[in-house]
Design a protein around this ligand. Structure first.
Ligand code: KIV
Ligand code: ZN
Length: 387
């Protein structure tokens, strides 16, 4: 079986930037867009041009800057939004308009006070209109996660007929189970006529902590694009984390799916986004959290010191982290202590280590973490004691 590419659609600058407190100015967006392009993402969703003059300007500037990736602008299903996106994307080498409408019963009833047939008509009109400006039009069926599959298939069919090149199936509320989301994608692959003319895209939110699992289930079942953000930023509990899906596909070659992302840039790009958005990354965040390659319990440390693979499934260098760390706490053992002493230039005998370890535990019980200064002080104290 031949390995197939999964397109990475980064929406850090659109869905990610919607997060309270994460707003960026144009120069900040440009530095992130430049890095995303270097990282190797396939699509950069640069913003929602109609939403504000500032966002329009950012999308326009990003369009001029980006060399390789497609640049995308979000719209609702109306001509004014589409006009603004087309204008903002005027300078993009590879522009994409991302237009769409809510398709679940609650969106149709409460947001649009409308009916299913009218929504299909509006979806088709929006795609058709967007195609008068660009060749690449992505259609989103907002709240597809809670839209019944038969109706969703009809909406997708109309969007393809109108000229959509990508069909985005968002689990907008993060409600789907991975199996259910995968089945939805499979159903669309098998039941939408003309589906060979478009690719299916996963856009999953993390309200129940399943965004990454749902996206992976989506691509296993035939989707060929994942929409995601650096550090999993996004509305409410966030979107699928880019670094997670990229590394899952890389660490599981048996899936026969790959991305074009340069994984060694993941950590530096995560740090850049966190710093510019003023949004710290939780320490236990998969792949890019400060503790993702830190070992602190004695049993784990002993294993990792003997062979990294005992407790690490990824070589930290693969994601741009210099090395794994052995953190000294009251749960650490002698082997970790000796290892850290060696790192600061002290080779200790087994006998000396016994004395040092007793003293170490006294310090470790008082402090959350024992650092190199503490280790030097321990050596000094024990040397004085035992002469
Ligand atoms: O979550 C969602 O449904 C979205 C769409 C606007 C694509 O972000
Ligand atoms: Zn979203």
């Amino acid at each position: 079986m031949k390995s197939e590419k999964i397109e990475i659609f980064d929406t850090t600058l659109r869905d990610g930037e919607q997060v309270p407190g994460c707003k960026l100015n144009t120069p900040q967006k440009l530095s992130i867009a430049e890095k995303l392009d270097e990282l190797g993402v396939d699509v950069i969703e640069a913003g929602f041009p109609i939403s504000s003059p500032g966002d329009f300007h950012s999308v326009s500037e990003i369009s001029k800057l980006v060399k390789n990736a497609k640049v995308c602008g979000l719209t609702r299903a109306n001509p004014k939004d589409i006009d603004a996106a087309a204008e903002a994307l005027r300078f993009a080498k590879r522009p994409r308009i991302h237009t769409g409408i809510g398709t679940s019963d609650s969106h149709i009833r409460f947001k649009f006070n409308s009916n299913r047939e009218d929504i299909i008509e509006r979806a088709a009109q929006a795609v058709k209109y967007a195609r008068t400006f660009v060749e690449d039009v992505e259609f989103y069926a907002e709240d597809a996660g809670r839209t019944d599959n038969d109706y969703l298939a009809r909406v997708c069919e109309a969007a393809i007929k109108a000229g959509a090149t990508v069909l985005n199936i968002p689990d907008t509320t993060g409600y789907c189970l991975p199996e259910e989301y995968g089945e939805k994608i499979k159903y669309l692959k098998e039941n939408v006529s003309g589906i060979h003319r478009a690719i299916l895209s996963c856009h999953c939110h993390n309200d129940l902590g399943m965004a990454t699992a749902n996206s992976i289930s989506g691509v296993i079942n035939g989707a060929r694009q994942i929409e995601c953000t650096i550090n999993g930023l996004g509305e409410r509990a966030g979107n699928t984390a880019l670094e997670e899906v990229v590394m899952i596909l890389k660490q599981h070659p048996g899936l026969q799916l790959y991305t074009g992302v340069k994984s060694r840039m993941l950590n530096p790009v995560s740090l850049l986004v966190s710093e510019l958005m003023g949004m710290p990354v939780q320490p236990n965040k998969a792949i890019v959290g400060a503790n993702a390659f830190a070992h602190s319990s004695g049993i784990h440390q002993d294993g990792v010191i003997k062979n990294r693979e005992t407790y690490e499934i990824i070589d930290p260098a693969e994601v741009g982290v210099n090395a794994s760390t052995i953190v000294l706490t009251a749960r650490s053992g002698r082997s970790a202590l000796a290892y850290r002493f060696r790192h600061i230039g002290f080779e200790v005998t087994k006998n000396e280590l016994d004395f040092l370890y007793e003293e170490f535990l006294q310090v470790a019980d008082r402090k959350k973490e024992v650092d190199n200064d503490d280790l030097s002080a321990i050596i000094e104290k024990v040397t004085r004691k035992i002469g």
